[in-house]
Design a protein around this ligand. Structure first.
Ligand code: NAP
Length: 471
């Protein structure tokens, strides 16, 4: 008997792997379609929302308001959350395919790119990824130790993640205490001895990846002044052309803000110097351009970084950094590499190691250029780690459009029964966390935050989260 997937008798059964923005936007799009669809969303942790919970900076609480939209999606008929299920461990992707007509992989890009320079792995050199996950209370990172006893921190890269890391290092405990930052992180940051934070970009100010809202914040910090060298802000002719032909204003606004920083430095030259007492503000945030790290030095831990000065080469819009051979060395006790996230493979699913993505054609997973029926990708694991939260909406819609187009031809899953899957997970000792379960954990976190004036005090271990459900 042939089965028409997407009919009320045989709803299209979709497993979404990952509960970040791309997973939720895909679920919304699927559930809004005129076909009958059920969505089971699998998440490794008991808590949903991926990078909205564990990536967005704690002091950017407005960005987290997007969670309200995801909560409404989770309440739609046909949606189920299956938290605390590790796809690849508790259930393989291939097994999942027995239960679902469609497996949609939306698990993001949890690893990070390497710099590939000597000394990169010295103690005191960390990835931004681990620092961000640590201050956001991610259970996998809560035991990480960051030594903030040195005076100088260097952050390599000039994207918004680098800006987040720098800002968290530059803020006072007072500025962070009413956020959902993990309390252990707040305690460590309160003891920080860091006085200078240098955000180092390999290209020029016209190519910096941060956005105006993020860079402007550095002019508004309670105990930190931004410092930019006028010489490093000078644009070569190709960069000037880039700004003139740019369709969006982001880069132009960045330059305006950086120039404002220079003007305030010039109006008050004492701000530039980091010597104690030179300014009423204790910390300095240096934005450095046209410098690439070539070596991290230190006996047993990070002590110095060697930077090579660059010049830009190439057509406007395609300029690359080229080393000049001129080097400079600076003392630093702490280093963060913030040069982009990188995807990791899901066992049994094709993977492009170099790009760090699942190979796909507009979301249809491919192997050797051929579409693998029933497998799809969305979000960072589909397109790479770029774009803001909202970018994922159009990206997920594109994938869902193809899922719905393909549905009539897809081979139906052989075991069309989530209860059987839940039963097998239970036998393996997996405590599946439903959305109502999560809401209980959520309510407890919010209540725990009240005494300290925080929007929530996150549970930072899976055991703690699950213990809420035992009571
Ligand atoms: P990103 O925006 O891609 O920035 C990566 C930075 O690393 C760039 O400055 C890049 O320079 C630099 N880089 C790469 N390889 C390097 C190398 N070998 N040596 C030196 N520098 C190197 O990545 P991200 O900061 O991880 O952010 C990921 C995405 O999340 C972005 O789309 C970002 O906007 C978004 N995000 C948004 C927010 C927000 O909205 N508040 C917050 C966090 C993240 P080049 O340009 O020269 O390659």
């Amino acid at each position: 008997m042939s089965v028409t997937l997407g009919s009320p008798e045989n709803p299209l059964r979709v497993a979404v792997v990952g509960s970040g923005p791309s997973g939720f936007y895909a679920a919304e799009s699927l559930l809004q379609s005129d076909k009958s669809v059920t969505v089971d969303m699998f998440e490794r942790l008991p808590a949903p929302y991926g990078l909205v919970r564990y990536g967005v900076a704690p002091d950017h609480s407005k960005i987290k308001n997007v969670i309200k939209i995801y909560e409404r999606i989770a309440e739609k008929p046909g949606f189920s959350f299956l938290g605390n299920v590790n796809v690849g461990k508790d259930v393989s992707v291939r097994e999942l395919k027995d239960f679902y007509d469609v497996v949609l992989l939306a698990y993001g890009a949890p690893s990070d790119r390497k710099l590939g320079i000597p000394g990169e792995d010295l103690p005191g050199s960390y990835t931004a990824t681990e620092f961000v996950a640590w201050y956001n209370g991610h259970p996998d990172y809560r035991d990480r130790k960051f030594d903030l006893s040195g005076k100088v921190a260097v952050v390599i890269g000039q994207g918004n993640v680098a800006a987040d890391v720098c800002r968290i290092l530059c803020k006072t405990p007072e500025e962070l205490k009413n956020t959902d930052i993990a309390s252990y992180a707040l305690e460590v940051l309160a003891q920080s001895k860091i006085q200078e934070v240098h955000m180092v970009g390999r290209r020029g100010p016209a190519q910096a990846a941060f956005t105006p809202v993020e860079i402007r914040e550095f002019g508004e910090l309670a105990d930190c002044d931004p410092v930019v060298s006028p010489a490093e802000l000078e644009l070569n002719p190709a960069s000037r052309t880039e700004l003139e032909i740019a369709k969006e204003l982001t880069r132009k606004k960045n330059i305006e803000i950086l120039r404002e920083f220079v003007s305030s430095n010039e109006a008050n030259p004492r701000r530039k110097f980091a010597s104690p007492g030179a300014s009423s503000k204790r910390k300095k945030f240096f934005v450095r351009f046209l410098r690439s790290p070539v070596e991290i030095k230190g006996s047993g831990r990070v002590e110095r970084i060697v930077l090579e000065k660059n010049r830009l080469e190439g057509e406007p819009g395609r300029q690359k950094a080229k080393g000049t051979g001129e080097k400079e060395e600076m003392a630093c006790g702490l280093l963060f590499r913030s040069v982009g996230y990188h995807g990791v493979p899901a066992p049994g699913v094709p993977f492009d190691e170099r790009a760090g993505v699942i190979p796909n054609q507009e979301g249809r997973v491919t192997e050797s250029e051929r579409v693998v029926p029933g497998f799809y990708a969305a979000g960072w694991i589909k397109r790479g780690p770029t774009g803001v939260i909202g970018t994922n909406k159009a990206d997920s819609n594109e994938t869902v459009r193809h899922i719905l187009e393909d549905a009539p031809q897809l081979p139906p899953a052989t075991r069309r029964d989530t209860r059987a899957l839940l039963e097998s997970l239970k036998k393996k000792g997996v405590r599946v966390v439903s959305f109502p379960d999560w809401k209980r954990i959520d309510a407890r976190e919010i209540a725990r935050g009240v005494p300290a004036g925080k929007p929530r005090e996150k549970f930072t271990s899976v055991t703690e989260m699950l213990s809420v459900l035992e009571g």
